[in-house]
Design a binder for this molecule. Sequence first.
Ligand code: GAL
Length: 385
Amino acid sequence: MKKKVVSLFLVAAMAATMMTGCGDKKEADAPAADAAADAGETTPDAAADAGETTPDAGTEAADAADAAADAAGDAELADKKVGVCIYQFSDNFMTLFRTELENYLVSQGFSADNITIVDGANDQATQTGQIDIFIADKVDVLIINPVNSSSAETITDKVVEAGIPLVYINREPDEAEQKRWADNDWNVTYVGCDARQSGTFQGEMIVDLGLEAVDFNGNGKVDYIMVEGDPENVDAQYRTEFSVKALTDAGWEVECLSDQVGNWQQDQAQQIVANALGQYGNDVEVVFCNNDAMALGALQAIQSAGRTVGTDIYLVGVDALSEALEDVLAGTMTGTVFNDHFSQSHSAADAAINYIKGAGNEHYIGCDYVKVTAENAQEILDMVK
Ligand code: GAL
């Protein structure tokens, strides 16, 4: 149900992009892909409708066969057990992700009673114990958001040994680990977006403002502070690197005043930014946060310091949490990047279904981020709300 709403929105967004001719290619790609997926979904319905109004024995027989196949598919999934490990329930973005994942799994025919989602409480030992329990319980598929991506090798080994297909989400295991899946032809895949793109989008939103508008202190450079997520996490590493790279690629000089770890958390970011503003005062021109939760904390610190986003400082995040989107609309955040939890959770569930049905998957299933400024924040807000 939700997927259809989302897809319809994306089709509309694509149409708008095509009509106005604006928006870069990457933004247009995701809607196009979804539109294609949606076409696949809606076409059978259209055929069924046509069958009703223009009776045709062939169409009706085909419809009956389709319906029987659908029912069989649902029945096949209804008694399958899915184990889902989330690194930490209190993470805002992963909360959106897991809620959508569960809803979508149910919409595809799984029984809610057979979907178990557990909180790793940001502790790898806790999560490893949960994986052991899922293995002992003989789940049919595991979907894992690892606490530490570096533990992926150990996790993969035990899950593969148990003969259970595995879908990693959100925290990408490194290349060597992914190569093992391909080399051994294991039923293991990763679903996620390329964090380099989100970092680049953050930087581009600043570049689009023009150096003159950003260089408030007139020293010819962009003086920024960086608030990082969990440093073990490739999303944090890439966003940190590629946001600044977009500035230097534009030929801008940059000065990093402060780069600290806020662990994706609003309160930690608020403290970090308050301290940095206390130390560097009006020299801070841009605050880059690896996610929106931290950007919201940064905004509290910025406002407490009597600074005004858009007037004497700029602020960007990633995720497109609804609160951050409201801020982008109000001008209290410069921009964010939509981290598409609909597409990621649906792809993860689809990959799980493919494994259960013996269809297999590619070992990497990607998706696109979307740049969000005041221009398109309302559209994204309508979608995520
Ligand atoms: C990122 C997201 C962050 C946080 C992190 C957890 O993709 O932007 O807000 O949820 O995943 O790994």
